[in-house]
Design a protein around this ligand. Structure first.
Ligand code: IYR
Length: 304
């Protein structure tokens, strides 16, 4: 049987309609090729690539200002925060020997490995100067375009601490009761935490870490804050390290749904949002922490 006879016998539709089938396939191929060459934005689907700098395609969500599209400072009129004439100065820190580097990094690791999140606080006071040094240390953190997009609100006042506790406990009750869901609440059981947070009144100080989405200058001009979220998160890491270094304890609290009320209570402006709340003080004499261990180096390092 010739191939034509075979086709007529087994694929009669293909033989009868091959010009139409070929035309439809060609049309489909051209549509696919056109979409690939000239991608158009679809509001309901996340755009994979958007030309921002003109030099390369970048994922739009990577843009440092992506988080607040609607509130972007007016880039056309805002001058740079730091002048292009800013002088560059020599930087030559002491170079350590390899053995000194090894022993210092080992000692620092040991120190940091002793840090634990603590939820039972002593009411013993601590000097304000210590808190100031801790906040100054957080202020040495790197930030996008050196915007320093953070404010550390330090609360000592007992009445304000009580109000903060009330706001957070009310929301946390709803969080644990219905917003977080059974799975999340279950996953947290080993920490032995719930909506009640006496440490918000017991700790001599609360530090509320605010991230600034932008800065308003004296003339009302909005200065861009790049990577303000990650910058403030890095600064929070410095803060936690400084608290531990001072021999004090904290716990990183993320008061879900309380940010707006806290910002209002603390009288902070609209360009600031609550990122974290850190109580600072001594642990209570009977403080307990979950007996968890840390992942070994092999599990957290990937050497290539
Ligand atoms: N913010 C709540 C819940 C909570 C969530 C996580 I993830 C924790 O690691 C710990 C607690 C609270 O502070 O209780």
């Amino acid at each position: 049987m010739s191939s034509t006879q075979w086709l007529t016998e087994y694929a009669p539709l293909l033989v009868a309609y091959w010009p139409i089938i070929t035309a439809v396939l060609l049309l489909l191929l051209s549509v696919l090729a056109y979409q690939k060459l000239f991608p158009t934005g679809n509001k309901s689907v996340k755009s994979p690539t958007t030309k921002i700098s003109g030099t390369r395609d970048v994922d739009k969500s990577e843009h440092p200002l992506a988080e607040f599209e609607d509130e972007r400072p007016d880039e056309a009129i805002a001058p740079p925060l730091h002048s292009a004439d800013t002088p560059h100065v020599p930087y030559c820190p002491e170079r350590l020997s390899e053995s000194e580097m090894l022993s210092r990094s080992e000692a620092f690791y040991r120190k940091m490995n002793g840090r634990r999140s603590v939820r039972n606080f002593s009411t013993d006071p601590i000097p304000l100067g210590v808190i100031e040094n801790i906040v100054k240390t957080a202020g040495t953190s790197p930030s996008g375009a050196h915007c320093e997009p953070w404010t550390f609100v330090v609360v000592k006042d007992t009445k304000i601490k009580a109000q903060i506790r009330e706001i957070i406990e009310q929301e946390e009750y709803l969080n644990y009761d219905r917003r977080m869901g059974d799975k999340w609440v279950n996953d947290l059981q080993f920490i032995n935490t719930d909506h009640e947070k006496p440490y918000l009144e017991d700790a001599p100080y609360l530090i509320i870490v605010m991230k600034q989405q932008y800065r308003i200058g004296e003339t009302g001009v909005k200065y861009s804050h790049y990577y303000y979220e990650i910058s403030t998160a890095v600064a929070a890491g410095f803060l936690i390290t400084a608290i531990h270094n001072a021999g004090l304890v904290t716990v990183t609290t993320t008061p879900l749904n309380s940010g707006g009320a806290l910002r209002e209570l603390l009288g902070r402006p609209a360009n600031e949002k609550v990122m974290l709340l850190l109580p600072v003080g001594y642990p209570a004499k009977d403080a307990m922490v979950p007996g968890v261990t840390r992942k070994p180096l092999e599990e957290i390092i990937a050497l290539k």
